[in-house]
Design a protein around this ligand. Structure first.
Ligand code: DSN
Length: 436
């Protein structure tokens, strides 16, 4: 069957086909990536992409909002229920915009914000100097303890006392341990700061109750909706009622125009999926797989930042293996294992060729892989490291990876059962031949 896209734009059709084949024939270990369900994919590719909806439900600047208002309210309500928050703003285009909106809701340009430094596992938008967050605000950065690779909460408290920031940011993009949001909340309270928590990476683990939620301890919680939460690419802000108006104004009209209604629709679907026992089981398996992968890597003599993981990701310190992160990431890619090179705390090497590799398990877990497969993957990584300059071995590993992938096909049709669809989805929508 020829699709409209295939007919109209065969080049783009072919490239999408190639990307699908790539996602299917590789082990995807980038911890911020996942596979969405069919329902999420359909919602994000729907006619909601055609609609402008500047404003908020009931207060829009465009007419024709009979349906969009219902959808946005549904997305808000589902997010509030899921995270037990008073208020949810589901409009941020991404986590970066969500973070900036959160800062602008609670601080004025020039005031001080304090977040985890990028080379220590923080995000660019946590005040790194080249970003708007580091330029609009006076940024103070904390790091992890160089000996343990973990937060030293006493040192963070000392830094907060010294600099008296307006905002303290908790959260990370490359921190493999559980974060004590309650302590961050206390440090902020003791120093008169607001506490903003960015749970983009671990939102799915928070929903599943594996990691403690920051919602009771933070003024605003920011998250992306993909990663472990397994929704479409987007952002979200959660807060108490007292901050609701400021948060909404900071998103629109502060930083954005019309929300991407197709994304917001898919967010609503993803929130419903996450509110199920199946999702909780998935999130638990993500962590089990990460722990198994870490354990096997340690057996193979790898050094892991902080010695292991409590979440979905692992940061490998490659210095004892004498292989730079970038060289390894590229060799692994040739072996069909997709990861990203990453700085390690106090990395002696430059950021574009750092000493670390960041890997994670959200995507392989969605494919159905379990601890034994995670351990097998650790073996593949070790083989590539030990034969980093031998293309014939790298190619052989690639073949083994393909074999493993073939046992766990990309779950194009996976659905999270709910009361409407307790069993397998009937392919009766007839809307899109399932290319995507
Ligand atoms: N760039 C994302 C990540 O890979 O962690 C964070 O936004």
């Amino acid at each position: 069957m020829i699709t409209a896209l295939e007919q109209y734009d065969p080049q783009i059709y072919e490239l999408i086909r190639q990307e699908k084949a790539r996602q299917s024939g590789a082990i995807r270990l980038i911890p911020s990536e996942n596979y969405v369900s069919r329902a999420v994919m359909l919602a994000s590719g729907s006619c909601l992409t055609n609609k402008y909806a500047e404003g908020y439900p009931g207060r829009r600047y465009y007419e024709g909002q009979q349906v969009t208002d219902l959808i946005e309210r549904m997305a808000q309500d589902r997010a509030k229920k899921l995270f037990k928050a008073d208020h949810a703003n589901v409009q941020p285009y991404s986590g970066s915009v969500a973070n900036l909106a959160a800062y602008l809701a609670l601080a004025k340009p020039g005031e001080t914000i304090m977040g985890l430094a990028l080379p220590h596992g923080g995000h660019l938008t946590h005040g790194w100097r080249v970003t708007a967050s580091g330029r609009i605000f006076n940024s103070v950065q904390y790091g992890v303890n160089p000996d343990t690779g973990r937060f030293d909460y006493d040192r963070i408290a000392e830094l907060a006392k010294k600099h008296r920031p307006r905002i303290i940011i908790s959260g990370a993009t490359a921190y493999p341990r559980e974060i004590d949001f309650e302590v961050f909340g206390r440090i902020a309270r003791d120093t008169g700061a607001y506490h903003i928590s960015d749970i983009a990476h671990i939102a799915g683990l928070v929903v599943a109750g594996i990691h403690k939620s920051p919602v009771p301890y933070a003024d605003i919680v920011s998250t992306t909706t993909h990663k472990t939460l397994r929704g479409p690419r987007g952002g979200m802000l959660l807060c108490r009622t007292e901050h609701a108006e400021k948060v909404d104004k900071a998103v629109f009209p502060g930083l954005q125009g019309g929300p991407h209604m197709h994304t917001l629709t898919a967010i609503a679907v993803a929130m419903a999926e996450a509110d199920t026992p199946e999702f909780i089981a998935y999130a638990k398996q993500v962590v089990k797989n990460a722990k198994a992968l870490a354990e096997k890597l340690l057996e193979h003599g790898f050094n892991l930042v902080s010695g292991g993981t409590d979440n979905h990701l692992i940061l490998i310190d490659l210095r004892n293996k004498n292989v730079p992160g970038k060289k390894l990431a590229k060799a692994l890619d040739r072996a069909r294992i997709v990861s990203n090179y990453n700085t390690i705390p106090n990395d002696p090497a430059p950021p574009f060729n750092p000493s670390g590799l960041r890997i994670g398990t959200p995507a392989i877990t969605t494919r159905g892989m379990k601890q034994d497969h995670a351990k097998q993957i650790a073996g593949f990584i070790n083989k590539v490291v030990e034969n980093i300059d031998d293309e014939s071995v790298i190619e052989k590993v690639g073949k083994e990876v393909l074999l493993l992938c073939s046992q766990f096909p990309v779950p194009d049709h996976f659905i999270i059962p709910n009361k409407n669809n307790p069993g397998p989805l009937q392919d009766s929508d007839g809307l899109i031949p399932w290319l995507f």
